[in-house]
Design a protein around this ligand. Structure first.
Ligand code: PNS
Length: 164
């Protein structure tokens, strides 16, 4: 059995991400969920908020660890001594970006495989961007993220409204 890394922005983690974590945790010995700390990209949730939320949501999974990383994913995978990268695959729109990342990561380190888990039907439309867009305009996101995340999104967007 392998050690795997499931990387992402998780800004915020959706129910679709959590489903991929739960399903891949059953397939590997240890899963490290790697939250990208990208200083060049503005994220709604801080890296600590994203890590803490994921820790709470996966606290019942003993073989899952949540960490943050910056820089190249492949370097983080090497530090973790993992052999596999996990990615969720939703629809054909994911194809180009995912293939590019998998092939580039393979180019950088041919010993690392990228494995794709096909997203369950009910999450195939779901993305962090769509969740943020709905939350921004006061829509109900309780069916697609956990209650605490929904609350944090609501608070963040009402704070930014208050600043206008
Ligand atoms: O959730 P996302 O935003 O689709 O995740 C993208 C992520 C974090 C997996 C990707 O941007 C990444 O690996 N970034 C780290 C920098 C890197 O290694 N880039 C080269 C990949 S080809």
């Amino acid at each position: 059995m392998k050690k795997a890394v499931y990387p992402g922005s998780f800004d915020p983690a959706t129910n679709g991400h959590i489903d991929i974590i739960r399903r891949s945790a059953k397939q590997v010995e240890h899963l490290v969920v790697a939250v990208l700390n990208n200083i060049n990209k503005h994220s709604l949730l801080s890296v600590d908020e994203r890590v803490d939320l994921l820790k709470e949501l996966t606290s019942d999974l003993p073989n899952v660890t949540i960490k943050s990383f910056s820089g190249l994913l492949i370097d983080f995978v090497a530090i973790e001594k993992a052999e596999v990268i996990i990615r969720g695959f939703r629809a054909i729109s994911d194809y180009e970006h995912e293939i590019q990342m998998a092939q580039m990561n393979h180019q950088l380190d041919p010993t690392i495989e990228t494995l794709f888990l096909v997203t369950r039907n009910e999450y195939s439309f779901l993305s962090s961007s769509v969740v943020k867009e709905i939350a921004k305009f006061g829509g109900d996101v309780s069916g697609v993220v956990d209650p605490k995340t929904a609350l944090i999104l609501k608070r963040k967007y009402s704070e930014s409204e208050g600043l206008k």
